[in-house]
Design a protein around this ligand. Structure first.
Ligand code: GRG
Length: 301
């Protein structure tokens, strides 16, 4: 994969473990009358995600010369948001998936009302982490506020929630590349870009660096979503319970359903190349970000 000696596997393992430790340390105890919903949130959060978004946040803090150890709570909050979105996305009223991260999805392991509440609780927990005294004492307040603003915008009406809405509205409809790109941008790309940008802001990035990282995050996000759609079809063994190609073709607007598999693979490659070329100003220090982009694409090539 050509990432000069950089060992991505151990990097992801080591950083993922740090995120995991923070999540474990700060996650509420499973006790009291509300124990059930805490257990449901914990079940999904620790069901074995790749932790790509928090790792991106830490890596981009590092690439601009910041200390990633100081912002671990922020990165952990991003993972809580991502897990909340997956729990809600799996609900029968949304994508209706019985499995997630190789295990029964939250509403299957518990029940629908509990899953909705677990998602809500995780979203709130993210903001508890973002404003936690143990983080606040480590970072400049103005930078922290800017990072929280970027994440909030990326996940709300003008981001993930809006994207999910249109994704649902387009089910069973013909659609076109323009609307599909809009859905991807909002449903998936914005949180990935915001993970990168928030880490960079907290790490003290200059305007020029933020511009480059925004391009990296956007292109990576598009590649990520396209690869995810391809994996749905090509049959990733971890995605138990996912729909078959004909189901996907019939119901969901995706690049493979519009263009076929080969053209879609080509598109994912182009986005990955663009993400990598955006890293030019950082040279060697961007090896982790470069390797992550290569890894995203490698899953389908
Ligand atoms: C319900 C408000 C609301 C939003 C849901 C993000 C999202 C919007 C839905 C997820 C649907 C989906 C499968 C999108 C494809 C890209 C994606 C988010 C894949 C899953 O992310 P990974 O691969 O998962 O990082 P892990 O389990 O490793 O964390």
């Amino acid at each position: 994969m050509g990432s000069n000696k950089f060992n991505l596997e151990s990097y992801l393992k080591e950083r993922g473990k740090k995120v995991e430790e923070i999540l474990e340390k700060y996650f509420p105890k499973e006790e009291g009358y509300g124990k059930r919903v805490i257990s449901a949130g914990k079940y999904s959060l620790f069901a074995g995600g790749k932790r790509i978004r928090p790792i991106l946040c830490l890596a981009s803090c590092e690439v601009v010369g910041g200390d990633w150890r100081k912002i671990l709570l922020f990165a952990a909050g991003i993972e809580c948001i991502h897990t909340y979105s997956l729990i809600h996305d799996d609900l029968p009223c949304m994508d209706d998936d019985d499995f997630r991260r190789g295990k029964p999805s939250c509403h299957k392991a518990f029940d629908e009302a509990t899953a909705i509440l677990a998602g809500d609780g995780l979203q709130a927990l993210a903001f508890q982490f973002f404003t936690h005294p143990d983080l606040v004492r480590n970072v400049k307040k103005t930078k922290l506020l800017k990072a929280i603003y970027i994440i909030s915008k990326a996940i709300g009406f003008e981001g993930m929630v809006g994207g999910q809405m249109v994704d649902l509205l387009m089910e069973g409809k013909k659609g076109n590349p323009r609307i599909l790109k809009w859905i991807h941008l909002n449903k998936t790309v914005r949180l990935i870009e915001a993970s990168v940008l928030s880490g960079a802001i907290l790490g003290g990035a200059k305007a020029k660096e933020l511009k480059a990282l925004s391009s990296y995050g956007k292109n990576l996000g598009f590649a990520f979503q396209i690869v995810d759609d391809l994996l749905d079809i090509l049959g990733d063994e971890k995605k138990l319970g996912k729909k078959t190609f004909s189901d996907v073709k019939k119901q969901k607007l995706t690049y493979p359903s519009l263009f076929g598999i080969e053209k879609t693979k080509e598109l994912a490659k182009r986005y990955t190349e663009k993400a990598i070329s955006a890293l030019q100003p950082f040279e060697k220090s961007a090896l982790p970000l470069k390797a992550i982009a290569e890894f995203v694409l490698y899953r389908v090539h």
